[in-house]
Write a protein that binds this ligand. Sequence first.
Ligand SMILES: NC(=O)c1ccc[n+]([C@@H]2O[C@H](COP(=O)([O-])OP(=O)(O)OC[C@H]3O[C@@H](n4cnc5c(N)ncnc54)[C@H](O)[C@@H]3O)[C@@H](O)[C@H]2O)c1
Length: 263
Amino acid sequence: MLDKERPDLVHICTPPFTHTAQVVECLEAGAWVWCEKPLCLSLAEFDAIAAAEGAAGPYSSVVFQHRFGSGAHHLRSLMAEGVLGRPLVALWRDHLVPRPPAYYEVPWRGTWASEGGGPTMGHGIHQMDMMLSILGEWEEIRAMAGRLDRDVETEDVSMAMVRFSSGAMASVVNSVLSPREQSYLRFDFAQATVELRHLYGYANADWSSTSQAWSPPQDVPSSHAAQLGELLDAFERGERPTGQRRRGPQDHGAGDAACTPRR
Ligand SMILES: NC(=O)c1ccc[n+]([C@@H]2O[C@H](COP(=O)([O-])OP(=O)(O)OC[C@H]3O[C@@H](n4cnc5c(N)ncnc54)[C@H](O)[C@@H]3O)[C@@H](O)[C@H]2O)c1
């Protein structure tokens, strides 16, 4: 199909362990790529993808729809305007329900080789990406992972403490052990608190803030559509898609299995 149809853009929706080879093949055929998370399972795979991109495209990008809703855009604009003050403390909690055993019967779920991790790579990765898009580069992480209840090879819960380059500190929980499901994010700035409670996607009504300035414009829920619009605009301009970051210097030395796609 790559030879015959010469696609401009390929959306890769296959299981995680297939991503790197498929992304590289598409890039080498001249197609831009929009790949479902996780982009890849190791830093070496990440480097192979980066090497297959051209200096002026084609580019690869990852489906991280939560950073593209109007609430996240509004928060980043208020931060850029200096309205909220310095970011100080953040919490994000991804409490998802226990998956039924049938969920893990799909052959690619629940193993390090096929999925690269458990809920941290498969679910919490969306909240972590949004947090990075808001708080910027991280400098230090201390983390623990455990397998408390599910019959899987990977973790079913992970917790981390993160220090960002700005000095802000965050606490993170990713779990698929929580009978009451909720993704909760809280950002405490010097002048205001901003909170988000949602489940697999948010609209403006899911956000709240103590700031009088909090007033997101038109409601653009976090969604594939919201990200795709921005990706296609970048494609037309021939520019690297917004929010898609290259691997930073702080990624060196991170454990390979802990690779988080950072674009
Ligand atoms: N962005 C999101 O919110 C979101 C939500 C769900 C899943 N995902 C991601 O999407 C991807 C797919 O997840 P899913 O739940 O749809 O999986 P799935 O198992 O339901 O579907 C995967 C599909 O890929 C096909 N496939 C498998 N190997 C292939 C290969 N080598 N070449 C071509 N096709 C192949 C399978 O036949 C199947 O149709 C995963 O990376 C997952 O993490 C993202």
